[in-house]
Design a protein around this ligand. Structure first.
Ligand code: SF4
Length: 175
């Protein structure tokens, strides 16, 4: 296991709901039961964060989606918005959550993140349409976009094996 000088291991920023925290909009978790996650937890690698809770949003809360046809980059650049299902503009909270997630990643020198797919914050391969109709398409949320722009490698929960390989490659190249 690779360790930075001083004994620190390579850290992974993880969506809190994957680790069992009941922080989703519906007040539930999205617990990922995977031996890799258990191993990384035991190794002290995991940094748990819910960006939306960090930004001050309550649980439960109304579901939110990136506006139809817009990308996370559009939102981060102030061109488009994220609305909840009641039509309330939640953009400022989500952008704040993304900034806080990047701050936490940087505070812990995280070069990797494992995030819950589909979320307007944490999604990294798919997001919902913006029409609250259950349809999704390829895309990412604002946290994933912000982290990637800063050089953090972001993986969805169904890509945990790819994350393990990337982590191993990083450790091998650093040792
Ligand atoms: Fe989970 Fe991310 Fe949504 Fe928080 S913002 S509930 S960590 S998917």
């Amino acid at each position: 296991m690779f360790q930075f000088p001083g004994g620190e291991v390579e850290k992974i920023l993880v969506s809190a709901c994957l680790l069992g925290a009941p922080v989703r909009y519906d007040g539930r978790a999205k617990t990922l039961d995977d031996v890799l996650l258990s191993t990384w937890r035991a190794e002290g690698r995991l940094i748990s964060l819910c960006p939306e809770i960090a930004a001050g949003l309550p649980t439960p809360r109304a579901p939110a989606e990136i506006a139809p046809g817009a990308t996370a980059d559009d939102v981060l650049r102030g061109r488009r918005s994220i609305y909840d299902c009641d039509g309330v503009d939640m953009t400022a909270d989500f952008i704040n959550g993304a900034a806080l997630a990047l701050q936490v990643a940087q505070d812990h020198s995280c070069r990797f993140a494992l995030l819950t797919d589909g979320s307007p914050s944490c999604g990294s391969t798919r997001v919902y349409s913006g029409d609250f109709n259950g349809q999704s398409h390829a895309g990412e949320g604002v946290v994933a976009a912000r982290l990637r722009a800063a050089g953090v490698r972001v993986f969805a929960q169904h890509q945990i094996s790819a994350l393990a390989r990337a982590l191993e490659d990083a450790e091998n190249s650093a040792s």
